[in-house]
Design a protein around this ligand. Structure first.
Ligand SMILES: Cc1ncc(COP(=O)(O)O)c(C=O)c1O
Length: 471
């Protein structure tokens, strides 16, 4: 058992461990090669009766835990969307953990509430988001979208659903490419997954506005109540971009809550050259993007913006006696801006990261990732045995290996799956896949905070040599 006076001595091996981890990260297999239950079985069935030393805990960390870690910060992690980190963000997490603040109310740490408001304002300005929006940090994009759906539900039912229960005719619309969190949100909100209407997308995986309008009209004709549209600003599979303005205009026409899910791609709005993509964003009622994806900020940190904070608070507010304080209207009690009562001091991470990088530093990093991806795309295009399945957007490439004369879709799918598995089993890199029109499509996304050109060059070599092995 440790006490604060022992901190400075005991922290040294921990800091050394963290330092070594970062320095040696490339020596680990990117995707854990551990077998199911291996880690579980290696850990005793009961907690120790007696205190154990930090030394033995750290030694077990290396022996028992590290083999079961997939190294998300490895430069050759190209899978999913990233879950980023940075030295600055790690420092902030350490400071946050030291203070152990729980910022449910303004009074329980005014700095946590006021820094959060300021950081979300900084981002709003830097990203050219509508100036009237106000932001709050949620734990994840899934939670942010659930908050949006619940607020939309309350607005549409004149705040009756919160009291009396949810009518069974509310409808949510989104493209057939959106993240599963929309369906999950509909289930949790009591709207029901059967009431999520999936709209067709075009060949760039963007929603077709005319199809959306048609679905809304059909529903109205059948007695349904259109409640919420979730637009995708960067779909998970391929970074499809729904047209913000066209969808927003439909929402206004039918008086429907418009939520934009920019979980990953929202960070790109730090780059002025992409601001045109957000044209019409002022039509949105709510918006989410995750700094924990592409903005070098440790999980969790999801920025949720709303146009009308009053309806947000009205949806979530609670006032048991023990939470009443003497504070005034001027401050934000963020417990009423989302689902949990307790809240971490996440804005400290944004403060550390944004001040240490500066806007220019962040922009440089994002442009570098996009350039690395372009480089990779050019290498694929220089050959005649790769197919780029959708136009690359930002730093994602969706592609497959398709040698000349090899046209059987099943065989091509198996071949590309074999390529992916071989790469991931090698431990040298980690990629994932998506299905596009029944095509098994490989996703490549260079974004690790400390990635360099050599990593992408090495990945390309690995890809080419893997093909020689599996084909
Ligand atoms: C477009 C999109 N929305 C939402 C999410 C869910 O994010 P979170 O893990 O923060 O809930 C993801 C996850 O990758 C995503 O890609």
């Amino acid at each position: 058992m440790l006490k604060p006076p022992q901190f400075s001595k005991e922290v040294k091996p921990i800091i050394e461990w963290m330092d070594n981890y970062m320095k040696n990260i490339e020596s680990y297999p990117v995707r854990s090669q551990s077998k199911p239950r291996e880690i579980f079985d290696s850990i005793p069935d009961k907690m120790p009766e007696q205190s154990e030393s930090m030394q033995s805990i750290i030694s077990d960390l290396d022996e028992k835990i590290i083999p079961g870690i997939t190294h998300w910060q490895h430069p050759n992690f190209y899978a999913y969307f990233p879950c980023s980190s940075s030295v600055e963000s790690i420092f902030a997490e350490m400071v946050m953990a030291t203070m152990g603040v729980q910022g449910m109310l303004w009074e329980t740490s005014p700095a946590a509430a006021e820094l959060e408001e300021k950081m979300l304002d900084w981002l709003k300005v830097a990203m050219n988001l509508p100036s009237t929006w106000k932001g709050v940090i949620q734990d994840s994009a899934s939670s942010s979208t659930l908050v949006a759906i619940l607020t939309a539900r309350e607005v549409k039912t004149n705040f009756e659903a919160n009291k009396k229960g949810v009518p069974n005719n509310l409808r949510i619309y989104c493209s057939d490419q959106v993240h599963s969190s929309i369906e999950k949100g509909a289930k949790i909100a009591g709207i029901g997954s059967d009431n999520v209407v999936k709209i067709k997308t075009n060949d760039q995986m963007a929603i077709i506005p005319a199809e959306l309008e048609k679905a809304i009209n059909d529903d109205l004709a059948h007695g349904y109540v259109p409640c919420c549209v979730v637009g995708a600003f960067g779909t998970t599979g391929t970074m499809g971009m729904d047209p913000v303005k066209a969808v927003g205009e439909i929402c206004k026409k039918f008086d429907i809550w418009y939520h934009v899910d920019a979980a990953y791609a929202g960070t790109a709005l730090l780059l002025p050259e992409y601001h045109w993509m957000a044209e019409g964003m002022e039509l949105a009622d709510s918006y989410v993007f995750n700094p924990h994806k592409w903005m070098f900020t440790n999980f969790d940190c999801s920025c949720y913006y709303v146009k009308d904070t009053e309806v947000l608070k009205k949806t979530f507010e609670i006032m048991p006696e023990y939470l009443k304080t003497n504070t005034t209207e001027e401050i934000n009690n963020y417990r009423d801006w989302g689902i949990p009562l307790g809240r971490r001091f996440r804005s400290l991470k944004l403060w550390f990261v944004m001040r240490s990088y500066g806007l220019e530093g962040m922009q440089g990093k994002l442009r570098n990732d996009i350039a690395l991806n372009t480089d990779f795309v050019n290498k694929l295009k220089a050959r005649n045995d790769f197919e780029i399945i959708v136009k690359p957007m930002f730093n994602i490439t969706c592609f497959r290996y398709k040698p000349q004369g090899f046209d059987n879709i099943e065989e091509l799918n198996q071949l590309n799956k074999a390529i992916k598995d071989h790469i991931n089993d090698s431990g040298k890199a980690y990629i994932t896949h998506t299905m596009i029109d029944d095509k098994y499509t490989l996703r490549f996304l260079p974004s690790a905070t400390y990635i360099e050109k050599r990593h992408v060059d090495d990945f390309y070599e690995l890809l080419v040599t893997t093909i020689l092995v599996v084909h």
